[in-house]
Write a protein that binds this ligand. Structure first.
Ligand code: ATP
Ligand code: PRP
Ligand code: NIO
Length: 493
């Protein structure tokens, strides 16, 4: 289920500075130095309490097809510096021409709920290769994770109703539209109006009709009857072109004829006005005419807040069409995922752990070869503890202590009997794919299963409860030591 759009190498889909740094590593003889980078975000989007990991399948497609083509190299050869001379020497371009990725990549499977500061993807291997992957991995994971999270929020409010994604026309370009449809389906939408996404990703496609259909006929009734004649097995009629409740009456008329032919009026769609009031009145008209199983579909700038409000008002809507606010993640258009160096291998084989300092302790990156250990019991997820895999003590199966990064005095202890899962799984080993991708429907089902294991307070939209994520004590001590050391060095300067 990777995106066929990426089935050609997109190795230039990166920031120039990744290529100039790659040149720097090559030129200074450090290109092969083993390094570990982590991709993580610092804040759940939309003011929520959780995030849904998504985008790995397309990241796998990207990495699998990575390579510099002759055309890519010709372009790189044409780049010049401030003196007008070529940026890159020929031998470096030859190196890129032969470059095959040999990295190990571990990642949290798509559809898993994740939290700030947890590595979603860990890349280990020659620093030049890890560096080249920074920008595309962030591009691929940030966007789909954001949209899957938005869709999961919509699913929570829509409950058992049908959720349709209608966003393509207002999406951010071709790929923004197609990948948003994928992530929206994974997050919890039932279908998309986007036919290309349906074909690429095996997502169910659904749709009604536009106002133009009604406007192109002499009368609304004429438009409805013609539509019902030509597509009797797919009739959801848009009733608000002129007068919504008269539109419902016309739909009922068309529905009666459909019934005589052995078909059914599947739905009517409301796209303007007071959707609560109009749906309640439309329901009465439909029920009175015996169309009790005709669904009321609503669209028009919907988001999770409006849907929650409409439900609270008793709206009789059971199918929600959501476009712009979903696929553009309107209220938070980007997830601030970052990709940070966490360790470098010394020549003696030991690791040199790395952090990026920040004034705020919480923004200081975490060192180590990180794994996320999720503890749970029969009621659901309890806490996530980040451990340093290269620390033999941390994984030795003894009782461990998790430190809250916001308050070091807050600690939790987990005994050996406590059930846990290690979330990062092997995806690439020495450049070879070792992960078998679940199909998109299984990923979608995983999201609902994961959400059900979260405490309701974490799922809540207003001031959600913060899910506990901490550092294993040894990792916490390593990080503190590195911070103190770097601050000491800096203060001495
Ligand atoms: N009962 C309601 N409660 C809360 N929000 C609603 C309700 N009914 C509709 N809305 C939302 O209010 C907004 C109304 O948008 P707008 O003011 O553009 O009205 P409109 O009906 O679309 O007008 P137009 O006739 O120009 O299309 C939409 O986001 C819609 O989903
Ligand atoms: O509001 P969104 O959440 O983005 O959902 C998609 C919108 O796109 C269509 O409107 P548009 O005016 O583009 O065309 P129409 O003539 O089919 O209504 C549709 O009627 C929805 O209102
Ligand atoms: O099928 C629909 O009703 C639809 C499709 C795209 C955008 N708005 C509505």
């Amino acid at each position: 289920m990777t995106n066929k759009l990426y089935d050609t190498s997109l190795s230039l889909l990166t920031d120039l500075y990744q290529v100039t740094m790659a040149y720097g590593y090559w030129k200074s003889g450090t290109a092969e130095k083993e390094s570990v980078f982590n991709l993580y975000f610092r804040k759940n989007p939309f003011g929520g309490g959780f995030t849904v990991a998504c985008g790995l399948a397309n990241a796998i497609g990207y990495v699998s097809h990575f390579g510099f083509t002759k055309k890519d190299l010709r372009y790189l050869r044409s780049l010049t510096g401030s003196d007008g001379q070529p940026l890159f020497e020929e031998a470096f371009l030859d190196y890129l021409a032969d470059l095959k990725l040999t990295v190990d990549i571990d990642a949290i499977p798509e559809g898993t709920v994740v939290f700030p500061n947890e590595p979603l993807v860990r890349v280990r291997g020659p620093i030049l290769q890890c560096q080249l992957l920074e920008t595309p991995l962030l591009n691929l994971i940030n966007f789909e994770t954001l949209i899957a999270t938005k869709a999961a929020r919509l699913r929570l409010v829509a409950e058992a109703d049908t959720l349709l994604e209608f966003g393509l026309r207002r999406a951010q370009g071709v790929d923004g539209g197609v990948t948003a449809s994928r992530a929206a389906y994974i997050g919890g939408c039932d279908a998309t109006s986007n036919v290309l996404a349906g074909k690429h990703y095996d997502i169910p496609v659904r749709g009604t009709h536009a106002h133009s259909w009604v406007m192109s006929f002499e009368s609304e009734l004429d438009a409805f009857e013609t539509y019902a004649d030509v597509l009797p097995n797919n009739v959801t009629l848009l009733v608000d072109t002129y007068d919504t409740l008269q539109g419902v009456r016309n739909a009922i008329e068309a529905g009666k004829r459909l019934r005589e032919r052995g078909y059914r009026l599947s739905g009517i769609r409301l796209d303007s006005g007071d959707l609560a009031y109009l749906s309640i009145e439309a329901r009465k008209l439909l029920d009175a005419a015996g169309f009790t199983d005709t669904a009321i579909v609503a669209s028009n700038d919907l988001d999770e807040t409006i849907i929650a409000s409409l439900k609270q008002q008793g709206a009789q809507i059971t199918v929600w069409g959501v476009g712009t606010k979903l696929v553009t993640a309107y209220d938070q258009p980007a997830l601030g995922g970052v990709y940070k160096l966490a360790a470098l291998r010394n020549t003696d084989g030991s690791w040199d752990y790395k952090i990026k300092l920040s004034e705020q302790a919480i923004k200081t990156s975490t060192p180590g070869i990180q794994q996320v250990r999720r503890y749970s019991d029969e009621r659901g997820f309890l806490a996530d503890m980040i451990v340093n895999e290269s620390d033999p003590d941390a994984l030795s199966g003894k009782t461990v202590t998790m430190i809250d990064p916001l308050d070091f005095t807050k600690r939790r202890r987990f005994g050996t009997a406590q059930a846990f899962d290690d979330l990062l799984v092997p995806v690439f080993r020495a450049g070879d794919l070792v992960y078998s991708l679940p199909d998109i429907h299984a990923v979608r089902a995983r999201v609902q299963d994961q959400l059900a294991r979260l405490h309701p307070g974490v799922r809540r939209f207003v001031n959600p409860h913060t899910y506990p994520v901490g550092l294993e004590n040894g990792l916490h001590e390593l990080k503190t030591e590195l911070i103190l050391k770097l601050r000491g060095t800096r203060d001495a300067d």
